[in-house]
Design a protein around this ligand. Structure first.
Ligand SMILES: Nc1nc2c(ncn2[C@@H]2O[C@H](COP(=O)(O)OP(=O)(O)OP(=O)(O)O)[C@@H](O)[C@H]2O)c(=O)[nH]1
Ligand SMILES: [Mg+2]
Length: 252
């Protein structure tokens, strides 16, 4: 008689889901559509375009894969931000094996405060519930021009990102950094690439390489106040950095 281990069968049955997490307008829906989905995208100054989480099943590298599109996290209002946090948390708790990506938009200052605090809040919710490292890929989308691209190539590494996030986590409170960045994809702003799914070949290897994880995530506790708080922290940290440099120079 063959005995089935119900839990093992359940694990086997779980589908793989790709999820792009980021703030509004960074290009999450556009990039998921490049992977074969058909998600609504567009430009909207105040409100995000994607209002609810939605799923579409596609075939990636011969494997049926669920693409999950979610709203951007931070909204201009407290209520909107709370609703988005809830929807994002629910989407992370659907029970799939998740391949996780952070998407951020190219910015002349590297990683924006809004993107950094989003990653901190997601880290916090994951740390509370998982107690182990969870790997993400980082996609920097809409990089404008060769110079900006070179700046990213030169300065942004998984280690530099890890350091930034650790500083923010320390300044915000006590949370350990349980997010690990496996790799970084840099995508230049490109009208044609968006029209003809030209980013597919850049995204596919990362999706294939990413190891799916099972998640149990606590409620993400984002609030609009985070943005002004992080601005203060970043200013304090950079002035502390300046202070250290001045002290070091004085000692030398
Ligand atoms: N030309 C060009 N447009 C892009 C690129 N990436 C994103 N876009 C455009 O940027 C706008 C915002 O993209 P979305 O995919 O809707 O962004 P989102 O992150 O899903 O935004 P929300 O749903 O509001 O959270 C759309 O008009 C896209 O067509 C790019 O690399 N090149
Ligand atoms: Mg969207």
């Amino acid at each position: 008689m063959v005995e089935y281990n119900e839990q093992a069968v359940d694990e086997w049955d779980r589908k793989v889901a790709v999820m792009f997490i980021g703030n509004k307008g960074v290009g999450k829906s556009t990039l998921l559509s490049q992977l074969g989905g058909n998600f609504k995208s567009g430009f909207s100054f105040m409100e995000g375009i994607t209002k609810d989480a939605s799923e579409q099943e596609v075939n990636i590298g011969g494997q049926p894969t669920i693409l999950i599109d979610v709203p951007g996290l931070y909204d201009t209002t407290e209520k909107g931000t709370r609703i988005n946090s809830k929807k994002l948390t629910e989407a992370l708790n659907l029970g799939y094996h998740y391949k996780l990506f952070f998407v951020l938009a190219g910015n002349s200052r590297g990683i924006s405060d809004e993107d950094l605090v989003l990653m901190f809040r997601v880290n916090e919710a994951i740390s509370d519930a998982m107690g182990s490292k969870v790997e993400f890929w980082l996609i920097v989308n809409r990089i404008h021009g060769e110079k900006e691209l070179q700046e990213y190539e030169r300065h942004l590494t998984p280690e530099s990102f890890q350091k930034d996030l650790f500083q923010i986590a320390t300044a915000f409170g006590t949370h350990p950094v349980d997010i690990r960045i496996r790799g970084i994809v840099l995508l230049r702003y490109d009208e044609k690439a968006v029209e003809n799914r030209g980013f597919y070949h850049r995204l596919l290897p990362c999706v294939m390489a990413q190891i799916p994880v099972r998640l149990k995530v606590k409620q993400i506790s984002a609030s609009v106040g985070d943005i002004s708080l992080i601005k203060k922290i970043v200013i304090t940290l950079s002035s502390l950095g300046l202070l250290t440099t001045i002290v070091l120079l004085a000692v030398l």
